[in-house]
Design a protein around this ligand. Structure first.
Ligand code: PLP
Length: 369
């Protein structure tokens, strides 16, 4: 029996070992760590890849979301419509500004925010819609942007799980006022620590994001706003530029692995394989199955040495922290509540081999006999 980790990041390193080691040594020898040409180049690389005018790098994906909200002028008591089926950071950046996260239900197949539910939640206080391209498949951007246009709202993509994903041929990060990306090591494009960026076509938003990320300081020691310090290290930027050249290939490898699981696992027990909408390119940040027995399956796989994870064991609107949020009324979101503890991620990463996948498949099938 061979153990299979949920994620093996070492392959990404060894594939570019020569170049990335050289980068490290060069940065050390020149003591060049913050800003500079590597950061500029990476921002240009991402803007080109995503197909937008601007990319502004920052410290992490959470900061990216926060910087966008600040730049858009989101403030106390504004309402932001978003999804409960996400990583917590999407919601946190809203509450930290004193704004109200209005979570609405998700679509059962894609786990993405349900556009019909958005429309019903709009009030005179609504300022923005924040769809999250969950697991690597984009939300229904045409419908979301139509609603936003009709009601004069901002749209902010949380694209932290979706670098390289597409909607009707457009890249994640190019279909909203501004988008947030994370380069946390486990993301499809990951660095060797924390990192993030914002993409936008809007000159004013780009300028404000850059200003706020850099202490509100347009020129040295001139401060026109109260900002923060959020930046991407030069080393991370260099590594990310290298890895970006491999991203499409790596995403293809994830897709091939996902297709093989689909083929081998559909019809096994009560498993539901991922639903991919025709006009989307799913990049399988996570390969997610639905089963009534997800926690038990996870335990069984663990005993066989196979990594898996429950994304997510609890929908965000049911988290304890909301008890402390003044005026929060817990919504009833049946689809998200149903999905809690029923979604399990299987090992799916660039470089996973067929024998490794067969090991996973055999163990999953054994659970259901
Ligand atoms: C990872 C993630 C974030 C936060 O990114 P960090 O770089 O960890 O701060 C935000 N939203 C979603 C959907 C994520 O997956």
């Amino acid at each position: 029996m061979m153990s299979v980790p949920l994620l093996d990041l070492t392959k990404q390193y060894f594939e570019l070992k020569g170049e990335s080691d050289a980068l490290w040594l060069d940065a050390m020898e020149h003591a060049s760590f913050v800003s500079g040409p590597r950061v500029k180049k990476f921002e240009k690389d991402v803007a080109e890849y995503v197909g937008v005018k601007h990319c502004i790098s920052c410290g992490n994906g959470t900061d990216a979301l926060f910087l966008i909200m600040e730049a858009l002028g989101i403030k106390k008591d504004d309402e932001i419509i978003t999804t409960p089926w996400t990583f917590f950071a999407t919601i946190e950046c809203i509450t930290h500004l004193g704004a109200k996260p209005i979570m609405v239900d998700i679509e059962p197949g894609t786990f993405n925010i349900d556009p019909q539910a958005i429309e019903k939640a709009i009030t005179p206080r609504t300022k923005a819609i924040v769809p999250v391209h969950i697991y690597g498949q984009m939300a229904n951007m045409d419908e979301i942007n139509n609603i936003a246009e009709r009601h004069n709202l901002f749209v902010v993509e949380d694209a932290c799980q979706a670098m390289g994903a597409e909607y009707k041929g457009s890249m994640a990060g190019s279909l909203s006022d501004a988008a947030a990306f994370s380069f946390f090591p486990t993301k499809n494009l990951g660095c060797a620590g924390d990192g993030g960026c914002i993409t936008t076509d809007n000159d004013a938003i780009a300028e404000r994001v850059r200003l706020i990320a850099g202490h509100g300081m347009p020129r040295k020691y001139v401060h026109t706003e109260f900002g923060v310090n959020s930046r991407l290290d030069a080393l991370q930027a260099g590594l990310l530029s290298l890895r970006l050249t491999k991203l499409d290939e790596w995403n293809e490898q994830r897709k091939a692995a996902a297709d093989y699981y689909d083929e081998q696992l559909s019809g096994v027990g009560d498993l539901v394989t991922p639903v991919v909408v025709k006009d989307r390119k799913h990049i399988y940040h996570l390969y997610i199955l639905i089963t009534e027995n997800a926690p038990e399956l996870q335990k069984h796989l663990g005993e066989q040495g196979i990594g898996s994870a429950l994304y997510y064991p609890i929908a965000i609107h049911e988290q304890d922290c909301f008890n402390r949020l003044e005026g929060f009324v817990k919504p009833s979101l049946p689809v998200a509540e149903y999905c809690a503890n029923k979604t399990i991620a299987l090992p799916c990463f660039p470089g996973i081999t067929i024998p490794q996948q067969d090991e996973v498949i055999t163990a999953v099938k054994a659970f259901f006999v």
